[in-house]
Design a protein around this ligand. Structure first.
Ligand code: 8IG
Length: 269
């Protein structure tokens, strides 16, 4: 479908952006951030909230479904930028459809954002990676078997994850590693055999988000940065079962590092 307001998804995002303007009093947002599992404790480092609203106050959003995710949107003034921070996301496994998953991204674009930082909590495959470690997403493999784009719009995904912004992150923190993020549909975690498959196909990180949002962001013309917080070793690698509490703990422990990274980064965007 053509990039016009005839696209119903784009029209709904424009309505949400208009409602966002009146709810926050902020005419134009510059940079959007989506906080994944474990990232919530980092948000306070970004600056004072100008406004905080419930996602459900805006057209097209539905309530948050996961513990540790809060269904709120914060407008934060950081230096001379207005940040639009989504404290939660809609996941593909909720079954609300791909358009619901990427609605925040399209809303951010309609609100004036030029760049989006997509964060997530995920499983790590690489030897030496520990829970609590942030990793820059260099590329992705989308195993959801779907796309947020409808119709014959053949969007290029080369360099989807901005080399410029990845470089900026590495200047802030030279110890940051990069890896290929693989999105599974979830909500179950992988089997150890699936993790072996991921390794064979070149994946380093496994999760249940981000790739569909990144594709929609590219379609909308946003510069994209993806950062994963390795909250657990991928299935079969630690000898322990996986659980969601471990994810939230890793986030709390890593909060000040994540907050410092994000706040230094938004100044560079
Ligand atoms: I946090 O190990 C988190 N999310 N698919 N696998 C998948 N998603 C995750 C994982 C994981 N950890």
């Amino acid at each position: 479908m053509a990039q016009t307001e005839e696209n119903p998804n784009k029209a709904l995002a424009a309505e949400a952006a208009a409602a966002l303007r009146s709810a926050t009093g902020v005419e134009q947002h510059d940079v959007a951030l989506v906080l994944g599992s474990g990232w919530l404790p980092a948000v306070d480092a970004l600056g004072e909230a100008t406004a905080e609203i419930d996602t459900t106050d805006l057209p097209g959003f539905s309530a948050a479904a996961v513990a540790g995710h809060s269904g709120k949107i914060r407008s934060i003034r950081s230096g001379d930028r207005n940040l639009l921070v989504f404290l939660s996301r809609t996941h593909f496994y909720e079954g609300k459809g791909v358009a619901a998953v990427v609605h925040p991204v399209r809303t951010a674009a309609a609100a004036g954002c030029r760049a989006i930082v997509l964060t997530n909590g995920c499983g790590g495959l690489r030897e030496g990676w520990q829970p609590g470690q942030p990793v820059l997403i260099s590329d992705h493999i989308n195993l959801t078997a779907t796309s947020p784009i409808e119709g014959a719009n053949f969007v290029d995904l080369t360099d989807l994850y901005s080399p410029r912004l990845r470089q900026a992150c590495k200047q802030i923190d030279p110890t940051l590693d990069e890896g290929v993020y693989v999105q599974f549909p979830g909500p179950h975690y992988e089997t150890p055999a699936e993790i072996n498959m991921v390794r064979a196909m070149g994946g380093d990180l496994v999760g249940m988000s981000t790739t569909l949002e990144a594709i929609a962001a590219r379609e909308a013309g946003l510069e994209v940065l993806g950062i994963s917080l390795v909250t657990n070793l991928a299935a079969g690698l630690s000898g322990q079962p996986l659980n969601h509490e471990e994810v939230l703990e890793a986030g709390k422990a890593a909060a000040s590092r994540m907050g410092g990274l994000l706040s230094s980064l938004v100044a560079e965007i």
